[in-house]
Design a protein around this ligand. Structure first.
Ligand code: THU
Length: 140
């Protein structure tokens, strides 16, 4: 089966740089696995986040959710996000399952650039989580 993910667009380069800078602010005393994420809105606004760990482990929040929660808290409209970049210093930096679910809910139309096999690849949020549980399911 061919991968739904294509090499990341040149568009994503600057956003990846912002995600990399955000990863340097990660609070990762337990895993030492620093992650940065950046959103780009249709008007060019950008916003970044990093992972923030906790001694309870379960209270850890990933970089992707940090930046999405931050967008809501700042009064920004997530429906305007067209690109999300995720950076890790390593060969594999795919968004985790919980983050994929949150991406589906808040930025279903966005593209996501992330590290896989040592390269940045890009795909639609629907490619990250096919057959997702969506908000509309609650109306049935
Ligand atoms: N992490 C992220 O920030 N994003 C992901 O999508 C994958 C995992 C974080 C959570 C934890 O702080 C560390 O990476 C190791 O799992």
């Amino acid at each position: 089966m061919t991968s739904p993910f294509t090499p990341a667009s040149t568009d994503a380069v600057e956003l990846r740089r912002l995600a990399q800078a955000a990863s340097e602010r990660a609070y990762v005393p337990y895993s030492r696995f620093a992650v940065g994420a950046a959103l780009r809105f249709a008007d060019g606004t950008t916003l970044t986040g990093c992972n923030v760990e906790n001694a309870s482990y379960g209270a850890t929040i990933c970089a992707e959710r940090t930046v999405l929660v931050r967008a809501i808290a700042e009064g920004l409209d997530p429906s305007q996000v067209d690109l999300v970049a995720v950076h890790v210093d390593g060969p594999e930096g795919q968004p985790c399952g919980i983050c994929r679910q949150v991406l589906v809910e808040l930025v279903p139309g966005a593209r996501v650039a992330f590290v896989s096999g040592g390269e940045y690849v890009e795909g639609g949020v629907a490619d990250l989580l096919p057959a997702a549980f969506v908000p509309g399911a609650l109306d049935a």
